[in-house]
Design a protein around this ligand. Structure first.
Ligand code: ADP
Length: 398
């Protein structure tokens, strides 16, 4: 069964086409700069053939039409007819409290997706545009929504409530939702397989460290706490986001700098994190290189980043009453031995100890990087698109 997976952002649409018989990715790529002059389509085929095309792409529907055209094209394509695409899986950022798992999209679900827009005004409208376009372009293919928040929906109330008046939770749904759920679900499941133990008996901590970073406590296969909150700004330090911050500090800065909501939003989401502390870059590779070359602020940014992850690991070990394994994933988690070393160093009291050689080796793929102590440390490359494709097949076949 051929499944198209789409991730529609504000000015981009990323895609992956899977043949689910052997869970093989046939083609992948994305359109960038939708609506701007000179949109670009990057497309890659399973056999290594690559192409980059430029053109005018006015909206998401045009972008998806372009993607379908390249998937069908003689020179670059992988399928002969649109009808070979049996279903489409869409990444949807926010499912609120309504969606605790993936769903087949019908008219009622579309209405509910619109209801979630106010919780994620920067993301959900674009996800919905992708869905609407696909319903028009592939009317016979069922559409499935897979939510970043769904995996965290079983968190207990004492983990998701903020210390605000309860009425504000009831009135506006202000609570912790958590994001990157598809990734935390995938890597915790893979970790259990790697450990050759049933997930039901495991206490795992999954660290998704990419441009956005979050960490989750996964007990018995259920996310019982996670660091991102009402929005993806909370928790760990990120490329350009603050992570945890005293809300009163932001009010103080707004008053002293005489800035409004828009600028404050931009301050905490676009100019903070690794970039804000280092003044060098939001990119961990550059931070590491500068820190190694003696740049004190880059070193400080790296230290704050790793200390925050370490602190959350301690907190989540406490939340779960123990720990059987820590998983690193995402661009930083999968590639930075330095971040992994600084994070795990000193956590021997939790049973965590890295094998320096395994940690620093250039191996790729799923692997242990510890000394085989009571709690394991693993690197597991994430694969959110595959989860979306699997959920899509599951719902369509059901
Ligand atoms: P996104 O969250 O946008 O999917 P990624 O998961 O690709 O992003 O992660 C991007 C981050 O991973 C960047 O900070 C990048 O510097 C970092 N990264 C990628 N490769 C390495 C590496 N070899 N060493 C350190 N950091 C890396």
């Amino acid at each position: 069964m051929i499944i198209l997976v789409l991730n529609s952002g504000s000015s981009s649409v990323k895609y992956r086409l899977f043949e689910m018989g052997g869970e093989r990715c046939l083609a992948w790529g994305g359109v960038e700069r939708i609506g701007a002059r000179g949109a670009i389509l990057n497309h890659q085929r399973y056999d290594g053939h690559k192409v980059k095309l430029a053109g005018e792409i006015v909206d998401h529907q045009a972008a998806i039409e372009y993607i379908l055209a390249i998937l069908l094209s003689k020179n670059h394509g992988v399928i002969g007819e649109r009808s070979e695409i049996k279903a489409v899986g869409h990444r949807v950022v926010h499912g609120g409290e309504k969606f605790t798992g993936s769903v087949l999209i019908d008219t009622e679900v579309m209405t509910q997706l619109h209801d979630c827009i106010e919780l994620a005004p920067l993301h959900n409208p674009h996800n919905i545009k992708g869905i609407t376009a696909c319903r028009a372009l592939l009317p016979d293919a069922p559409q499935v929504a897979v939510f970043d928040t769904a995996f965290h929906q079983q968190m207990p109330d004492y983990a998701y409530l903020y210390g605000l008046p309860y009425i504000l939770y009831k009135r506006y749904g202000v609570r912790r939702y958590g994001f990157h759920g598809t990734s935390h679900r995938y890597v915790s499941d893979r970790a259990a397989r790697l450990m050759e133990r049933p997930i039901e008996e495991l206490k795992l901590i999954t660290c998704h460290l990419g441009n956005g970073c979050s960490i989750a406590a996964v007990k018995g296969g259920v996310s019982v706490d996670t660091s991102m909150g009402f929005t993806p700004t909370e928790g760990l330090l990120m490329g350009t986001r603050t992570g945890d911050l005293d809300p009163a500090a932001l009010l103080y800065i707004m008053s002293r700098e005489e800035i409004g909501i828009g600028e404050a939003n931009s301050l905490i989401n676009k100019h903070s994190g690794l970039q804000g502390i280092s003044g060098v870059s939001n990119d961990m590779r550059e931070i590491e290189a500068e820190a190694a070359a003696g740049n004190a602020r880059a070193e400080l940014a790296l230290s704050v980043f790793c200390y925050r992850v370490k602190k959350y690991i301690g907190a989540y070990a406490a939340a779960m009453g123990g720990i059987d394994g820590v998983v690193f994933t995402g661009g930083i988690g999968e590639n930075s031995s330095e971040v992994r070393h600084r994070t795990i160093d000193g956590l021997q009291f939790l049973g965590l100890e890295l094998d320096p050689e395994a940690n620093r080796s250039n191996d790729t793929g799923e692997r242990f990087i510890d000394r085989g102590g009571p709690a394991r440390v693993m690197v597991i490359p994430t694969n959110e698109e595959l989860v979306i494709a699997r959920d899509t097949v599951g719902l369509v076949n059901h």
